[in-house]
Design a protein around this ligand. Structure first.
Ligand SMILES: C[S@@+](CC[C@H](N)C(=O)[O-])C[C@H]1O[C@@H](n2cnc3c(N)ncnc32)[C@H](O)[C@@H]1O
Length: 323
């Protein structure tokens, strides 16, 4: 009862209700929210503090930045937060404008990353090798991939086509997608040079994959998720194209404190905790397996993977029929 009352009191204010609505769509920083709401950062911070104390939002610290997201449904306040979001009128002009401004903020993140890859397409392979022991990661990826056979592979955020070169020989067909034309130019040349005729690349956004559902045996994200504006959404979209029994493999950094990677290399996230990735995988309908950690100085790389249950198609068809 007390938790519910505190939640209701915290939400009963116009700006705070707008913040709850916005955090249902993305994990946002004080600076993102202050830009969207047109209010000063100290003022927005005060609202956020109240919403976190009331349990409607969760705060997640990453280096010097804090991200705010809607609390999960495991508490009364979390349930209340979701209920409030469901009740928000879709045609409300203020909320509509907030979502338009949120889109503009997300676009700005995307533009920053795109400009970075435009500048660095031709020396990306060298830059990647500065942060990870590529031979070690490739060996671990091959081992993991070999655990279950796959006929076709989709590599999301393929960049210069590295994963296609590492795993291409293991599959009958592989396709890499990327948003950056500059990266894809390099990828095409690399694939051609490696004689991988059964591999191809195409320009696409990971949030809207140009493929029907249940069409790939394996999907990979290799050093991509820390650039994603919405990692949970990207994983859900990847899970959609997985066949029942298919696997999603994510290779990325464990949480780290290298702040400069944000400014110098356009990273959006300073690595991922196992629990966070597991939540994303589970929410996407996948069954997570134990991750593999490749400890390193200063950056540790982790391979996470999740499997789409073999009966997934049947259960989603049943759910649609029931709905
Ligand atoms: C760090 S690079 C990794 C490339 C490659 N996987 C590798 O490990 O070498 C990240 C790639 O993700 C791509 N990317 C970022 N956001 C994307 C999006 N929304 N849709 C598709 N590709 C995206 C970038 O263009 C870039 O090529």
């Amino acid at each position: 009862m007390d938790e519910l009352l505190q939640g209701l009191r915290a939400a009963a204010e116009r700006t705070r209700l707008r913040i709850v609505g916005l955090c249902a769509h993305a994990e946002l920083t004080v600076s993102d929210l202050s830009e969207i709401l047109g209010q000063s950062q100290p003022r927005v911070s005060r609202h956020l503090k109240l919403l976190v104390e009331a349990g409607l939002l969760e705060r997640h610290q990453e280096g010097s930045w804090a991200y705010y997201r809607l609390a999960d449904g495991a508490s009364a306040a979390g349930d209340l937060a979701r209920l409030l979001v469901d009740l928000m009128p879709e045609d409300d002009p203020v909320l509509g404008l907030d979502l338009e401004r949120l889109d503009a903020v997300k676009q700005a993140w995307a533009v920053k990353a795109a400009a970075y890859f435009h500048r660095h397409a031709t020396d990306w392979d060298r830059i990647r090798a500065l942060h990870i022991d590529q031979a070690r990661v490739d060996a671990a990826l091959k081992r993991l991939f070999a655990r279950a056979p796959a006929r076709d592979l989709l590599d999301i955020g393929t960049g210069t086509g590295h994963v296609l070169q590492v795993l291409g020989d293991e599959v009958e067909a592989a396709i890499g997608i990327d948003r950056s034309r500059d990266m894809l130019l390099v990828a095409r040349a690399n694939i051609h040079r490696a004689g991988l005729r059964h591999c191809q690349v195409r320009q696409a956004d990971m949030m809207h994959l140009p493929f029907a559902g249940a069409t790939a045996d394996a999907v990979t994200f290799h050093m991509v998720l820390h650039y994603a504006e919405d990692p949970a959404g990207a994983i859900a979209e990847a899970a959609r194209v997985l066949r029942p029994g298919g696997r999603l493999i994510i290779v990325d950094f464990a949480p780290h404190r290298r702040e400069e990677l944000r400014e110098q290399h356009a990273h959006r996230w300073l690595g991922f905790a196992d629990s966070r990735i597991e939540t994303f995988l589970t929410e996407a309908g996948l069954v997570p397996s134990a991750p593999e950690r490749l400890e390193g100085e200063p950056l540790t790389v982790v391979l996470w993977h999740g499997t789409r249950p073999a009966n997934a198609a049947a259960s989603s068809t049943a759910a649609q029929t029931a709905g």
